[in-house]
Write a protein that binds this ligand. Structure first.
Ligand SMILES: NC(=O)c1ccc[n+]([C@@H]2O[C@H](COP(=O)([O-])OP(=O)(O)OC[C@H]3O[C@@H](n4cnc5c(N)ncnc54)[C@H](O)[C@@H]3O)[C@@H](O)[C@H]2O)c1
Length: 319
């Protein structure tokens, strides 16, 4: 029987939040998964449904659900969370950019972060609401948590999309492909071909530059491609898998090195901004940002991404 410990709260019980709760519960490593939403009854209903799947799927983690209000009602049920995943907010519609969500989601995320911080002052906060880099910076400001305890999900997902694109193009198993994306979760995403390989061979040895460029572009556009097909709402299977892995690294204090949106303080010659970089993740959040050798053009693209998100983050974090 595996040992279960820790409480993880998922704020927002929409597509992203509910699939995340399912993945976390099915890991069977947490004591409790708490799901919240402002829609009356929805989190409790989903929690009951998930609990009823336990005898079939064979997990013991208990799922609970609570409806919250903007003035903080219900948040007492989230008290003492070790990890809080923030998915509250609107998703994109076809033709929208993530930045189009800025104003409405900033209001939601600010309120959520303040309420969460009050009841779980020692939690690690993982942000997924879009626009991701800006909402991560805003969550840190609103919670007043140390920067290492607030980070965002983008890199695991973008990297998985890049890997899937390479694997399907070559017709090889995804397990034989390694890829990496850094930078922002948006137009200035920085796919890193120098860190990509197929069965240990550099990407440039197994496909031509035009194909690599095409796959990089498709990766950058990965979220919009799904949104355009779905017509309403955005992706959630791969995104929930990505954030669940991050929460797992925290609760297991694993030290896994994964691409996340983390506070950068001097690495790559960049300072004072939340940016997609590789980081070692443990019980206290980001243990350290891990720098790797980049080509000159990759480094230039990362610095360009940093300046683009710095300007946008200033918009949401300046009172
Ligand atoms: N970081 C990423 O890689 C990534 C990927 C996909 C989606 N997203 C983002 O995740 C967010 C959620 O996406 P979704 O598909 O689940 O959308 P959704 O519309 O299905 O769910 C959002 C939920 O948030 C709830 N909500 C709104 N205000 C709230 C509040 N104050 N407190 C608690 N809950 C509240 C809504 O009632 C709704 O149920 C969106 O902003 C989307 O753009 C991020």
């Amino acid at each position: 029987m595996p040992e279960r410990h820790g409480k993880v709260t998922v704020v927002g019980a929409g597509f992203y939040g509910s699939t995340t709760a399912q993945r976390l519960a099915e890991y069977d490593i947490f004591e409790t998964v708490m799901l919240t939403d402002i829609i009356e009854g929805r989190p409790a209903g989903l929690a009951l449904d998930l609990n009823q799947s336990r005898p079939i799927e064979g997990f013991e983690t208990e799922v609970a659900g609570v409806t919250t209000t903007d003035d903080g009602g219900g948040y007492e049920e989230t008290a003492g969370s070790d990890v809080v995943i923030i998915t509250a907010g609107l998703p994109r519609k076809p033709g929208m950019s993530r930045m189009d969500l800025l104003e409405v989601n900033a209001k939601i995320v600010r309120g959520v972060a303040e309420n969460v911080a009050k009841h779980s002052p020692n939690a690690v906060l993982i942000v997924v609401s879009n626009p991701l880099d800006e909402m991560t910076a805003l969550t840190q400001l609103a919670s007043q948590f140390p920067k290492e305890r607030v980070f965002g999900q983008a890199g695991v997902l973008d990297t998985a999309r890049f890997t899937n694109n390479v694997a399907t193009t070559l017709g090889v198993p995804v397990s034989s492909v390694q890829t990496l994306t850094l930078g922002s979760h948006g137009d200035t995403m920085v796919p890193v071909p120098s860190a990509c390989s197929v069965s240990g061979k550099p990407l440039a040895d197994v496909m031509d530059q035009a194909t690599i460029d095409e796959l990089v572009a498709r990766t950058r556009n990965g979220g919009a491609e799904v949104v355009a097909l779905l017509k309403t709402g955005s992706a959630y299977f791969a995104p929930s898998a990505a954030v669940a892995r991050m929460a797992r690294a925290v609760i297991e204090d694993s030290g896994a090195v994964i691409p996340v949106c983390a506070w950068v303080d001097g690495e790559y010659g960049i300072s004072g901004v939340y940016l997609g970089v590789e980081a070692e993740i443990g019980a206290g959040g980001v243990r350290r940002v891990v720098e790797r050798d980049l080509t000159e053009s990759e480094l230039a693209a990362l610095r360009e991404a940093a300046e683009a998100v710095r300007a946008k983050q200033a918009d949401v974090t300046t009172p």
